[in-house]
Design a protein around this ligand. Structure first.
Ligand code: ATP
Ligand code: MG
Length: 423
């Protein structure tokens, strides 16, 4: 039997309802903060990610799905969303529009990862970018939109970790400081980190190997090495968060896995997730568009891991999303079957979700099926009902039954009281 590739998933009903509900909240929330959706290709020239994400990052170094197309051009399935947004900004001359642009995206990303819980080779991210604003207010607004999204989903236990990564001018000084601090313990680092120490010492701070994390805990913080401009920038972001009552902690080791970040960087951590606890990562990337050959356009953004988010979705939100009320219309007899779709369409046009019994189940079998699938409202249409222009409606949650004129069903449906909680 054919099987899906490792690290991919089939998203089935009813779980797909959770994803839809989450995405609806994302669209509503980010839209309310003035952003609009952008959809960029799922594959891009490989060079885009090498230049933006960075050659020495784990993503470019070992996680990309890269392949030649039929003409031998090197393409890569996008491992993240910001590079494509930056490319689209340049290619479509979005700089000619009023700045800033607030853009959100929702879609699949691809990374060749080792398989473990919360880590997939195709996963989905929900991201938001503010391009064309370099102020601390932009970072704070972005974080406020992110926080509002999590609040609307009902999260109460998430922690925002925030750090200052400094400006690019500070980077060499910081790299020297890390090298100096870690040189004596080089042999104790994992093989990857020994390479990182030479190529890109910041990456050592991002290593997942526990013994490396212990060693990395002793290196100086970027904030101690950074210049005034970045420190004041991040301090003003923090002041805004305090004003907004958005809780955060300063995590002086936070560096993030992409090269293009500077100044503000952050992660959102869920205590429920264990090892792969990071739900969301983001930061400021003022040099990214310039590095891709464009003008110096600042930006700030984040990406939420939707797979992990759905895994820890608050129970009340999940329950509401999974409760999908429909009317189950059961025609009894040939004449009723002839009428069923016509009736269903009229109700659908009036705002009702209707599921028609199209397989010809008997009433008894239909009621059994309703019970099994948790259907609450069964609308029965038999010869008597047809003759009288009515429908018999049974509420399985309340164990009650009434006859209604056909046109009255949508009103009945809208006025339905919530089902009593199951014992
Ligand atoms: P990690 O440190 O866990 O590898 P990352 O730094 O590589 O994460 P980002 O590039 O910041 O992750 O992506 C943002 C979010 O996307 C992550 O916080 C996570 O929730 C999610 N994510 C990243 N990689 C995966 C994956 N392979 N499977 C599922 N979700 C992922
Ligand atoms: Mg990663």
């Amino acid at each position: 039997m054919m099987q899906r590739p490792r690290g991919t998933r089939d998203l089935l009903p009813p779980e797909s309802r959770l994803w839809q509900a989450v995405e609806t909240v994302a669209r509503e929330t980010f839209g309310a903060f003035g952003s609009e959706e952008i959809r960029t290709p799922v594959f891009e020239p490989t060079e885009l990610f090498v230049r933006s994400v960075g050659e020495t990052t784990d993503i470019v170094h070992k996680e990309m799905y890269t392949f030649p197309d039929r003409k031998g051009r090197s393409l890569t399935l996008r491992p993240e969303g910001t590079a494509g947004v930056a490319r689209a900004w340049l290619e479509n001359r979005l700089g000619e529009r009023t700045q800033p642009l607030r853009l959100y995206y929702i879609g699949p990303m691809f990374r060749y990862e080792r398989m473990q819980r919360g880590r997939y080779r195709q996963f989905s991210q929900i991201g938001l970018e503010i391009v064309g604003a370099d102020t601390p207010l932009a970072d704070a607004e972005l974080l406020a939109a992110m926080h509002e999204f999590f609040v609307r989903l009902g999260f109460a236990d998430l922690v925002i970790h925030l750090n200052n990564l400094g400006d690019p001018e500070d980077r060499p000084r910081y790299q020297d400081a890390i090298r100096a601090a870690l040189a004596p313990r080089r042999e104790a680092l994992c093989a990857d980190c020994q390479r990182r120490l030479d190529e890109n010492p910041l990456r050592v701070l991002d290593c997942k190997v526990p013994s490396c994390q212990v060693i990395a805990a002793d290196v100086p913080a970027m904030d101690d090495v950074a210049g005034d401009a970045s420190r004041q920038h991040v301090a003003r972001v923090e002041a805004q968060l305090e004003r907004l009552g958005i809780p955060f902690v300063r995590n002086r080791r936070l560096v993030r896995g992409l090269d293009y970040y500077l100044r503000t960087v952050f992660e959102v951590v869920s205590p429920q997730l264990g090892t792969n606890a990071v739900l969301c990562g983001g930061g400021r990337y003022d040099r990214l568009i310039a590095d891709l050959g464009g003008p110096a356009v600042p930006g700030v953004g984040f990406a939420i891991g939707e797979d992990r988010l759905v895994e820890v979705l608050p129970a009340a939100f999940a329950a509401a999303a999974l409760a999908r009320p429909t009317v189950y219309l059961v025609p009894i007899g040939a004449a009723a079957q002839e009428r069923a779709l016509e009736l269903a369409r009229a109700w659908v046009r009036d705002g009702v979700a209707v599921e028609v019994e199209i397989t010809g189940r008997s009433l008894k079998a239909a009621l059994k099926r309703a019970d099994r699938d948790g259907v609450r409202i069964v609308a029965m249409l038999g010869d008597d009902e047809l003759a009288g222009g009515t429908v018999t409606v049974r509420d399985l949650a309340l164990a009650s039954q009434t006859a209604l004129p056909l046109a009255a069903l949508p009103g009945f449906w809208r006025a339905l009281p919530p089902a009593p909680a199951k014992p």
